[in-house]
Design a protein. Structure first.
Length: 256
């Protein structure tokens, strides 16, 4: 009996120690799991350190955005140039200037552009600018005015500035036309093929309300161009053909 009692006591003690050890191991495992999960959470909440290249990129895009948002009002006749890092069109050239020809009270959009992947999709056109093209003619394009700033007159080609102002003055000197009037392009304002340089056209129709080419995209010089006259010309076969034009660009030829 004594042997059995001792055996039972030893067996109970062994079983109790084993249970305690199991609980201790479980407790240590739970503590380790909690510590591991806490470490992962802290690591996740701590932003990764940027490389020098990434940091420069962040500073650049932040600066560009501040420039874009810092928009000063523009007015017709202002000489402007691209803000640094804001050029998104071919014209005006990076080293060149433009003149404000129109300012819209509300942005206009190219409704024809349905491509959301295009940088011109829903691009707000707030101003029209006149530039001198490769042929020396004055053409207009539409832009987001926030991309431009007043040009410093000390740093721009004065000859180009004088030409832009002269062309805008000619554009705004609107003449009244009637069917049968003989006309030609004003100097430096030709923006279409016909009539050919040095040739005359005849007014076929004059509109009281301008028409607009709905197929012309915002990147085209014909976007929002006010078509106020129909000009007839003689083609190579001797036939009369007619074109719609912006009447501001034409002047009368005195009758023979």
């Amino acid at each position: 009996m004594l042997f059995r009692s001792v055996f039972r006591s030893k067996h109970f003690a062994t079983t109790t120690m084993s249970a305690v050890e199991d609980k201790l191991r479980d407790l240590l495992a739970a503590m380790e799991k909690e510590r591991s999960e806490k470490g992962k959470a802290e690591k996740k909440d701590t932003p990764a350190k940027l490389s020098d290249k990434e940091a420069r990129a962040v500073r650049t895009i932040t600066e560009r955005f501040k420039q874009y948002e810092a928009a000063a009002p523009l007015h017709v006749g202002d000489i402007v140039q691209w803000k640094e890092g804001m050029r998104n069109r071919r014209f005006p050239r990076a080293e060149s200037v433009a003149i404000v020809t129109r300012v819209y009270p509300e942005p206009v959009y190219d409704e024809k552009n349905k491509e959301s992947g295009s940088p011109q999709f829903r691009d707000p056109s707030t101003v029209a600018l006149g530039v001198i093209d490769e042929d020396g003619d004055f053409v207009e394009f539409h832009y987001d005015g926030r991309r431009f700033q007043q040009a410093s007159m000390m740093d721009v080609p004065q000859r180009e500035v004088a030409m832009l102002r002269e062309r805008l003055q000619l554009l705004n000197a609107v003449e009244t036309f009637q069917p049968g009037d003989i006309v030609t392009w004003k100097e430096g304002l030709r923006n279409k093929k016909h009539p050919l340089p040095g040739t005359a056209g005849i007014i076929v129709k004059a509109y009281d309300t301008p028409l607009y080419d709905k197929d012309a995209g915002s990147g085209s010089p014909y976007f929002r161009e006010p078509l106020t006259i129909v000009v007839g010309v003689i083609d190579d076969d001797g036939d009369l053909i007619c074109f719609h034009n912006d009447g501001r660009r034409f002047t009368h030829i005195p009758p023979l």
